[in-house]
Design a protein around this ligand. Structure first.
Ligand SMILES: Nc1ncnc2c1ncn2[C@@H]1O[C@H](COP(=O)(O)OP(=O)(O)OP(=O)(O)O)[C@@H](O)[C@H]1O
Ligand SMILES: [Mg+2]
Length: 221
């Protein structure tokens, strides 16, 4: 088992009492699985992804990754854990404006300790951006920018890719193209992916659907 969550709960303090964002969730994810995470706004999807990424610490529960406890509470160890294992595509692309497509991808390699421009170019080629390496984000369409974000998240070859509504701002046709590229790239590179979307029609590309409701998960597959 790659990801094993046991009774994970996340509560946030709030002026009118506390919010239970994730409520006693247990979840096992095998290596190579592709999971579509759906659910209404506010149901806890982003919070769950952030705990899997060790960006946020659960209020209670256990999380094992590849058989090891995730080092919540130790900031340096959590950073190392993320660097070694986790790729994350945020809903807002988070591209650096003053860097070209290639430089945006290479930056992630630099942060994880090893720049390999040929591999970075190959990632861009795999998402269909061959020949656009030297363009800046503002010289590209929304769908193309999102493809850079995908290439960037692949460039360090993570074990898990977490994607939070990576196609949220795209039209229907581009959504399907980008989503399919994303899942296929993961399959080809043996990367496990958990991707959030409101679009149930995307489930044809993934191996499993998990739905969140009021902080709890419902296995739909
Ligand atoms: N930092 C925070 N402080 C307080 N409450 C929070 C915080 N982050 C999330 N919440 C609350 O936790 C609940 C779950 O939020 P979360 O962002 O995980 O939902 P989501 O399913 O990703 O929603 P969306 O589809 O709108 O992105 C919501 O009620 C939200 O208001
Ligand atoms: Mg969210």
């Amino acid at each position: 088992m790659l990801i094993s969550l046991k009774s994970i709960t996340k509560k946030f303090p709030h002026s009118s009492g506390e919010v239970i964002a994730v409520d006693n969730v247990s979840l096992d994810v095998d290596k190579g699985e592709s999971i579509l995470l759906i659910g209404p706004s506010g149901s806890g999807k982003t919070t769950l992804l952030n705990m899997i990424a060790a960006i946020e610490t659960p209020t209670s529960g256990q999380y094992e990754f590849n058989g090891n406890s995730v080092p919540y509470g130790n900031i340096d160890a959590m950073t190392r854990f993320r660097r070694e294992n986790i790729g994350y595509i945020f809903q807002t692309f988070n591209l650096i404006r003053d860097l070209t497509a290639l430089e945006n991808v290479a930056l992630v390699q630099e942060l994880s300790g090893k720049v390999d421009l040929d591999a970075a170019k190959d990632c861009l080629r795999q998402v269909g951006l061959d020949g656009m390496e030297n363009r800046f984000p503002f010289e590209l369409s929304g769908g193309q920018q999102q493809r850079i974000a995908i290439a960037r998240s692949m460039a360090k070859n993570p074990k898990v890719l977490l994607a939070d509504e990576p196609t949220g701002n795209l039209d229907e046709k581009t959504t399907h193209e980008v989503f399919q590229t994303l899942v296929e790239m993961c399959k080809k590179n043996s990367i496990t992916i958990i991707v959030v979307s409101h679009d149930l029609s995307l489930s044809k590309y993934t191996s499993k659907i998990i739905e969140m409701r009021s902080g709890k998960t419902v296995d739909k597959s």
